[in-house]
Design a protein around this ligand. Structure first.
Ligand code: ZN
Length: 210
């Protein structure tokens, strides 16, 4: 069941090691009505495809895989129920989590923000692993038209059409959070791009690549 998706989880989970302390990160890949997700409490390189839990989106039931799924499964399941995305990455990466602790959204200080939207909003705090937290995350992303959001006093969530993009966008948000916080520390208000300037970048992004 979901063999290619479970393989993606095994192959890409080690990328979390440089982004989030200990075993606090998790990621998932969806196929149809199920998703493969990192197991709970195991090092990111400490499991194989047969261990990777498969979870049913409808009710969050663990339907395959030898290891127990991440404690953030309710959040992943609830996002998949509400959003048309195929991958989710969640981290406590330090610069993004500093934004989460400040309960402050990331404004468009740099053109690369368009990878996730025109800003990164903040979802209201709720205990980890709850449906309430998932609802807050989806609400914040929808309202801001962003594929990323900070969670108050917790961390960062990024959604994407595929896992590589979700990981890459997580790195973008972490980097932009750092630049924003460094520019605040340097004194004064950081400058931002206008809506027109962001629209121009979005047009260029649509024709960028191989
Ligand atoms: Zn977390």
């Amino acid at each position: 069941m979901l063999e290619p998706e479970r393989r993606r989880v095994v192959d890409r989970a080690p990328a979390l090691a440089g982004l989030t302390p200990g075993r606090t990160g998790n990621l998932s890949v969806r196929s149809d009505d199920r998703f493969a997700v990192t197991p709970t409490g195991v090092p990111y390189d400490g499991f194989d495809t047969a261990d990777v839990p498969v979870v049913r989106i409808e009710d969050g039931e663990h339907v395959a895989g030898g290891m127990a799924p991440s404690s953030e499964v309710p959040m992943h399941a609830a996002i998949y129920r509400r959003e048309d995305v195929d991958a989710i990455v969640h981290t406590h990466s330090p610069w993004a989590t500093t934004m989460a602790v400040r309960q402050e959204e990331l404004p468009p200080i740099h053109y690369m923000i368009v990878a996730v939207g025109k800003r990164v909003p903040v979802a209201e705090y709720a205990p980890y692993g709850t449906d309430e937290l998932a609802a807050n995350v989806v609400e914040a992303m929808t309202e801001a038209d962003s594929t990323a959001c900070f969670i108050e006093n917790h961390g960062l969530v990024v959604t994407a059409p595929d896992l590589d993009t979700a990981i890459e966008d997580t790195i973008h948000v972490e980097s932009l959070s750092r630049i924003y916080l460094q520019s605040l520390a340097a004194g004064g208000e950081p400058t931002t791009l206008s809506d027109d300037q962001l629209e121009t970048v979005l047009e260029r992004f649509e024709s960028y690549g191989q």
